[in-house]
Write a protein that binds this ligand. Structure first.
Ligand SMILES: *Cc1c(COP(=O)(O)O)cnc(C)c1O
Length: 379
């Protein structure tokens, strides 16, 4: 079956009481232990509602196994620690999500893990690998400049060296990219974004082979970042419309990116779907769609004034919801960096990151156009 069908049906648990079409909500944290190997218990990640969403994600990511966590960071930190320990070396993109970057810089030494950061390029990742490298962590497209790395190239190299590869697939979502098909070992999501999709829950997910999942699950059970069955139920409902939502959002993002690219008040647009974008060729090969995240620079203008001039698009730091949101990364996700460091990685003060929602493309373009006109008039 196709993924848009699986998004609706896979994992759904039969309701034997009413014959209802939805997975019933099982809230018990005290369950019978007789006649079963391991009792059902939410912190064991084996509650029926956790299982339902995990199966759904596994199907969408073409994986044998899935697991749902209480946050994207819970999913990411558990996955890394399951495969890197004392004396091991990890290679990570410099442009990784801030929380993952922070985990490495602030906490890896505590666990005796050594780490090297790389540019957003497969060549640089490969070059930074040492005989002690056990894990490679990548993200594509990256936040906030939507840079793209050659996933297959990294995965192939890592397989030969028996290095475990982890990718943060949050920005693309399984609708636009399935990294296990490209040879990646472990896919991690912040389900808070597209999988949840309505800006009303925080969760994380992992998809990989059964073999790779065994260590992740074993560690997850003692670290304890499990998601409550009530939120799993809400997440399951959201994931049923994942394909419909993200396909429409991706289409609108392409439209909006094209509009911004030709707008005289916009200096630069970062979107892998644009031919002018550096990663376009690689993106065309490894993505089925270019996603619904884009960034752009309004040269010489105050981003706060621009954001205040928008009527429809809301200022917010998260992403992936049905409503379009915007934020200036220099003031939000990258605020902790020094100005010099931000300049080095290309995050200028005038850079804006837009999460394209489900509104009509014409309304979004009109909102952006009106705000761009307003700030252009002011100077
Ligand atoms: C939000 C985000 C995370 C962290 O997820 P949480 O659910 O906030 O823990 C990780 N990676 C990316 C790309 C994100 O956008």
């Amino acid at each position: 079956m196709k993924s848009n069908t699986l998004a609706i049906h896979e994992g759904t648990l039969k309701d034997r009481v009413t014959g209802g079409v939805n997975t019933p909500l099982y809230t018990s944290s005290a369950c019978n232990y007789m006649d079963r190997g391991e009792a059902v218990y939410p912190r064991y990640f084996n509650a029926p509602n956790q299982d339902a969403v995990a199966r759904k994600l596994a199907a969408l990511e073409h994986a044998e196994a899935g697991l749902v966590f209480s946050s994207g960071m819970g999913a990411m930190s558990t996955s890394i620690l399951a495969y890197a320990g004392s004396g091991d070396h990890v290679v990570m993109l410099d442009a990784l999500y801030g929380g993952t970057h922070h985990f490495a810089t602030e906490w890896f030494s505590h666990f005796g893990i050594d780490c090297t950061f790389t540019l957003t390029s497969a060549e640089d990742v490969i070059q930074k690998v040492t005989p002690k490298t056990r894990v490679i962590v990548i993200e594509s497209p990256t936040n906030p400049l939507l840079a793209v790395v050659d996933i297959e190239k990294i995965a192939q190299f890592a397989r030969e060296k028996k290095i475990t590869t982890i990718i943060d697939n949050t920005f693309a979502s399984p609708v636009n990219q399935t990294p296990l098909d490209l040879g990646i070992d472990i896919v991690v999501h912040s389900g808070t974004k597209y999988l949840g999709g309505h800006s009303d829950l925080c969760c994380g997910m992992v998809a990989c082979s059964k073999e790779k999942m065994a260590r992740i699950l074993s560690l997850a059970k003692v670290l304890g970042p499990s998601l409550d069955p009530r939120l799993c139920h809400l997440l399951e409902r959201s994931m049923k419309t994942l394909f419909l939502r993200v396909t429409a959002q991706t289409q609108t993002a392409m439209d909006v990116a094209g509009f911004l690219e030709t707008h005289p008040a916009v200096a630069k647009v970062y979107y892998p779907g644009l031919e002018k974008c550096e990663g376009h060729e690689i993106a065309k090969r490894q993505m089925t769609g270019f996603g619904a995240m884009l960034s752009f620079e309004i040269c010489g203008h105050d981003p706060d004034r621009f954001i205040e001039s928008l009527c429809l698009i809301r200022p917010a730091v998260s992403l992936g919801g049905v409503e379009s949101t915007i934020c200036p990364p220099a003031r939000t996700s990258h605020a902790k960096m020094s100005a010099a460091e931000r300049k080095r990685v290309g995050v200028t003060d005038g850079l804006l990151r837009l999460s394209v929602g489900l509104e009509d493309a014409e309304d979004l373009k009109q909102d952006l156009d009106a705000a761009l006109h307003k700030i252009s008039k002011d100077i």
